[in-house]
Design a protein around this ligand. Structure first.
Ligand code: ADP
Ligand code: MG
Ligand code: MG
Length: 495
């Protein structure tokens, strides 16, 4: 038993615990450093648009096996290509989502827009993908052999999900390393800084938007961010805006909610998107991924308007659909990746990162999924077609939820995923309102790798990996959304 626990424990970046007085001092400095360098959010309690709190962060970076990190970085362009091809295959998307769109109104509405614009004929064939593949190390891999490389005691990583819309933390990802570099330096560990990998996520993602802007080719047009009514994760969004302005001060950025676009938006004679007085070259969605963002039919009409326009969309509707959990589950079925990729080595490496994903459709496989969920619910995570965290079902609740819906079409709106068991690391989680001297706690991390892709149905113009982010949560928490208050900013310390 002891050896299993040892194997499940990642080493810490520096000797821990930090002596009490030193800890108190460094926490105080690190909080100020975070605030003064923009690693911050608007507080959800006592919201005030003139106030920021630092974003929760882990004091020291979390260990991550270097080989697994490199493997994640390396595979990103293949995953980008796979998702691009999936997004451009109408037959496949339709097949994957045929039952889900009946059972889930939100996905159904997205799919209606997809069908409408495809039947009318696509106005803008080029899509911009700013993608993020999220993954966790699997410490309990029980199937050594082909699918398990056992390159490190922490086994290999598995994909949690693939985000195609509003893939955030392009700023807060790199920002966490800025805090932790400062902390390591102040504590006298400058020699360890080489183990924090460079992270060009912000420049990479903003460079992608500027590249799409150039392709659109009109100097007076703007880049439009579609935003929530209230943005808590404001630093992450604003730093993207500021970086675009820094990289090219001639390009203007505007922020609009779906409701504002519904009121101010229209199509010009060439289907150019006009919002207020601006022609929009590139639309970057930081909202629109959850039902609550669409207050009425007006907001859905705005989404359709944008989709009908010439503006280059990040993401276009087909990308949004390709990023659904249902599509992820279908891709993990034997023989599917082969439909999209040709190189055997690429196919093999993609299949290795999938963990068990099961449908709950009304067929033989779906019935098996239902049975597995009822028999051993703790082995799985139950997921609907939603983004943004806080939507999944865990543990014993999986059984209850599946039992309740097993005879209704609702079950086809969900997928079942094998629960990943990441190794545990130790550090201090620093959060606004937390104690002066924090406790040492057990943590688990989720790594996100950012990808950039630009292309149309026949050609890919750009395909790169542009950076990463690490989110870390208390090891016993089911989910670790930073904005939701459960997770914290972190960065990988390569071992
Ligand atoms: P969302 O699109 O809402 O972010 P995710 O699939 O990423 O949905 O799930 C949210 C969170 O739930 C993840 O960040 C992770 O903490 C946890 N989670 C999801 N899938 C798994 C899994 N298979 N094993 C363990 N944890 C998971
Ligand atoms: Mg997601
Ligand atoms: Mg996620």
């Amino acid at each position: 038993m002891a050896s299993v626990e040892m194997e499940n424990q990642l080493p810490s970046a520096i000797p821990l615990p930090i002596p009490r007085d030193q800890l108190k001092d460094i926490v105080e400095k690190a909080k100020d450093w975070a605030l003064m360098h923009g690693a911050a959010m608007r507080p959800k309690n006592n919201y005030n648009p003139d106030t920021l709190s630092f974003a929760p962060f882990i004091l020291t970076p979390s260990a991550f096996p270097r080989k697994e990190f490199e493997r994640a970085v390396q595979i990103q362009t293949t995953l980008n290509e796979l998702m691009h091809k999936v997004a451009h295959n109408r037959q496949f998307l339709t097949h994957c989502l045929k039952d889900t769109v009946q059972a889930d109104e939100f996905t159904g509405n997205l799919f209606k827009i997809y069908e409408t614009v495809h039947d009318e004929g696509i106005t803008q064939p080029i899509s911009l993908g700013l993608l993020r593949s999220d993954l966790m190390l699997e410490s309990r891999c029980t199937t050594p052999g082909k699918s398990c490389r056992r390159r490190s005691p922490y086994c290999c990583w598995k994909q949690v999900e693939f985000n195609c819309i509003a893939s955030g933390f392009g700023w807060l990802g790199p920002a966490s390393a800025i805090i932790q570099r400062y902390v390591l330096q102040e504590l006298g560990y400058r020699d360890k800084l080489v183990n924090l990998p460079e992270n060009g996520a912000l420049q990479g993602l903003c460079g992608g938007m500027l590249e799409a802007y150039k392709i659109y080719g009109k100097e007076e047009a703007v880049i439009m961010f579609v935003v929530e009514d209230v943005t808590y994760n404001i630093c992450d969004q604003r730093f993207h805006e500021f970086e675009i302005r820094r990289m090219n001060p001639d390009v203007r950025v505007v922020r609009k909610t779906l409701t504002q676009i519904a009121h101010e938006g229209k199509l010009g004679s060439e289907n150019e998107l006009l919002v207020d007085r601006d022609e929009v070259a590139v639309i970057y969605f930081r909202a629109g991924y959850e039902p609550a963002h669409y207050h009425s039919k007006k907001e859905w009409d705005a989404r359709l308007l944008m989709e009908r326009s010439q503006a280059i969309k990040c993401p276009s509707i087909q990308y949004h659909l390709a990023g659904t959990k249902k599509v992820q589950q279908e891709l993990a079925k034997g023989g599917t990746v082969e439909m999209f990729l040709t190189e055997a080595s690429k196919i093999e490496s993609v299949k290795e990162v999938f963990t068990g994903l099961y449908s709950l459709d009304f067929d033989e496989f779906g019935d098996q999924g239902v049975q597995m969920a009822l028999d051993s619910p703790e082995r799985f995570v139950l997921k609907p077609q939603r983004e943004g965290g806080g939507n999944n079902v865990y543990g014993q609740n999986v059984r209850e939820a599946v039992y309740k819906m097993k005879d209704s079409k609702e079950r086809t709106a969900w997928i079942l995923m094998e629960r990943i068991n990441p190794p545990v690391s130790k550090s201090y989680m620093i959060r606004p309102g937390g104690p002066e001297v924090p406790e040492l706690v057990d943590l688990v991390s989720e790594l996100g790798i950012f990808g950039l892709i630009i292309g149309d149905s026949s050609k890919i113009f750009a395909n790169t990996q542009v950076g990463h982010m690490l989110r870390t949560k208390i090891s016993t928490a089911d989910e670790g959304g930073v904005a939701a208050g459960l997770g914290a900013l972190d960065s990988p310390y390569l071992i």
